[in-house]
Design a protein around this ligand. Sequence first.
Ligand SMILES: C[S@@+](CC[C@H](N)C(=O)[O-])C[C@H]1O[C@@H](n2cnc3c(N)ncnc32)[C@H](O)[C@@H]1O
Length: 220
Amino acid sequence: MVRNWRTLDPVSQLGRARQFYDRIPAEYDRGMSSWPARRVLERRRAKVGEIVRGRILDIAFGTGLSLPHYPASAWVVGVDASLGMLRLGRERAKRLGRRVDLVQMDAEQLAFADGTFDSVAFNLCLCEIANPEQAVREAVRVARPGAPITFLEHVRSHLLPVAIVQDVFNPLFTMLVSDHINRRTADTVRRAGVEIDSVDRWFLGIFNLIVGHAPEAGRA
Ligand SMILES: C[S@@+](CC[C@H](N)C(=O)[O-])C[C@H]1O[C@@H](n2cnc3c(N)ncnc32)[C@H](O)[C@@H]1O
């Protein structure tokens, strides 16, 4: 099914995410380029860049903050719900002299053939996508067998006191910014068929870099 983005129900989670990010691309980009945000995230963005290669699918590309870390030889395809975010992403790619293909697309319904990509990267988006398991299933489908799939995400901490605070504040975050702060992302990723190789936790376990791969051909 092809989405009609203009008539997308604004109260659906996808519609809300699109409207929200269409309003704030410049502010988002500025905030996430600030020193504190870079301090928390930059090293892991770079780590993702060391893992992905070839034809890379960046799910929820946003303003392209991970692009500088991807290998210069890579062919990057970025999908995102928000055209406003993609517009800034295109400008960043131009500034960097990088060729990227950017498409407005729902991560839960990827319009790509099976086994198209050599790598797939999720950066800070499974907290927002309405059905994260479906989005990861789609990534597994469009990845070639054995392809690396990475997840740089904020998640429910493995430390119980932190997780309890996240559980308490989650309804507020979900209501205000459509952001789930207590998702058990490693479990979701595993259920969706990714074989997990490593989980790197930092910042009290609130951030995870989960590195895995699509199952080899012939394995479910
Ligand atoms: C927090 S931003 C992350 C952007 C970028 N990946 C980064 O690392 O800065 C979340 C992004 O997810 C996108 N998004 C939310 N739901 C989506 C969906 N179902 N399909 C595609 N993109 C989605 C939003 O438009 C937004 O650009």
